[in-house]
Write a protein that binds this ligand. Structure first.
Ligand SMILES: NC(=O)c1ccc[n+]([C@@H]2O[C@H](COP(=O)([O-])OP(=O)(O)OC[C@H]3O[C@@H](n4cnc5c(N)ncnc54)[C@H](OP(=O)(O)O)[C@@H]3O)[C@@H](O)[C@H]2O)c1
Length: 371
């Protein structure tokens, strides 16, 4: 294998704020492989809301609105000292973001098995302390607490590399990691099984389309909420589709499915619909949540919660082993990619504007072969 260049193209986050905080560089140092780590030539890197949420400081407790197109573009007003990452800690800058990498291993640090060299891999974005792998306080996210994949090269611990054999393109493979792992974790946290009726707000998004597919993989019924222009694409995944924000959710459910109740709500949207999401849950139902794109501050009637014996589960850090299971589903084509559009690395600003407009179904990806 030829020696690595000294510099590379990279999109570098230089501070909290608007899109101007992302700076395109062609002279950024190529990472060196630390002991136990490998360097990966990035083929493609998927985009996620967390890249934007971190950039604009959305995780700050003082922020009460959802992730909006305007806020995502221009930044939002947060106290600088309050800004941080998903985990509540500040971010070290400059930082290369991008969690969902498909690429090829091109260099190995000390102690890494030579067999990995040249392998096509997906990167599990949850970096753990492998001496204490169940300790969630020690977890870091790729592209957040360490540099990620919006660059020609990146580096990751070998435990996070999953060789994959697939006829899918790098861009297609880069659609899966964050959204599908999150979706599978949500369904596991809510113990979704055959026969369950699962309601999925935001079903056209990255997490939502994965939820629909993975719900059906478990033999459960997927009932989707999404924009009218995306209904056909979501229905094609096998979901019964309801309008995005029905005035009367119970009535809409009844008319589309014959019942006004569901067993599980798998929610990454939150916002104003939240009270109705609890109302349509059966007694003993399960609400699992991994996001709040429509707004993190919701109105909770505690009587809906305790009188109906509901179970609430948050879903962010996934158990070790879940990514390997997901890689198996991808290789076996049990789930399929929903690649809406690809962009060149230098066009990440434009790509984030398209991402924030939410007119797409599935995932957007930075494809390094586009320059
Ligand atoms: N906890 C975790 O580890 C984790 C992991 C991944 C994502 N997340 C979070 O989960 C949320 C969804 O992620 P995603 O990747 O699925 O996002 P996405 O691809 O951007 O999709 C979100 C979808 O939600 C729907 N939506 C409904 N109300 C909305 C509103 N007010 N504003 C914007 N969209 C709205 C939109 O579809 P329609 O137009 O069809 O309604 C949109 O396509 C985000 O907040 C993200 O940060 C968390």
């Amino acid at each position: 294998m030829s020696p690595l260049p000294k510099t590379m193209r990279a999109m570098v986050l230089t501070g909290h704020g608007g899109l101007d905080k992302l700076v395109y560089r062609e002279d950024w140092p190529v990472p060196e492989p630390a002991p136990g780590w490998a360097v990966i030539a990035v083929g493609a890197c998927g985009m996620n809301n967390t890249d934007i949420n971190t950039r604009i400081g959305w995780y700050a407790p003082s922020v009460t609105e959802g992730t909006t197109a305007e806020g995502g573009k221009s930044g939002i007003a947060v106290l600088e000292e309050d800004s941080g990452t998903w985990g509540g800690r500040g971010i070290d800058l400059p930082r290369i973001q991008g969690a969902d990498v498909c690429g090829r291993v091109v260099a190995l640090g000390d102690g890494v098995c030579e067999d990995l060299l040249g392998k096509r891999v997906l990167i599990d974005a949850w970096l753990r302390d492998w001496t204490d792998p169940l300790n969630k306080d020690k977890c870091r996210y790729f592209g957040s607490e360490v540099d990620g994949g919006f660059a020609e090269y990146t580096a990751a611990p070998v435990e996070n590399l999953h060789p994959i054999e697939s006829d899918l393109s790098d861009a297609e493979l880069a659609t899966f990691a964050t959204s599908s792992v999150t979706a599978e974790n949500m369904l596991a946290r809510a113990s979704v099984g055959a026969g369950d009726r699962v309601l999925i707000p935001g079903a056209s998004g990255g997490v939502g389309t994965a939820l629909v597919q993975l719900t059906r993989r478990r033999g459960a019924t997927a009932i989707a909420l999404c924009g009218a222009d995306k209904a056909a694409a979501v229905a094609a995944l096998g979901a019964t589709v309801l309008p995005r924000s029905p005035e009367d959710l119970a009535a809409a459910l009844k008319s589309a499915t014959g019942s006004d109740r569901v067993d599980v709500v798998a929610d990454a949207v939150g916002g104003p619909l939240f009270p109705q999401l609890l109302q349509v849950l059966v007694r003993g139902g399960r609400y699992t949540c991994a996001g709040a794109i429509a707004g993190p501050i919701v109105s909770l009637d505690l009587r809906d919660f305790y009188l109906k014996d509901l179970t609430f589960t948050g879903a962010t850090i996934v158990p070790p082993g879940l990514f390997a299971e997901l890689a198996g589903y991808i290789a076996a084509k049990a789930i399929r990619p929903l690649l809406a559009q690809t962009f060149a690395l230098k066009d990440l600003h434009k790509a984030q504007e398209v991402f924030l407009a939410k007119r797409h179904v599935g995932n957007l990806v930075i494809d390094m072969s586009l320059g």
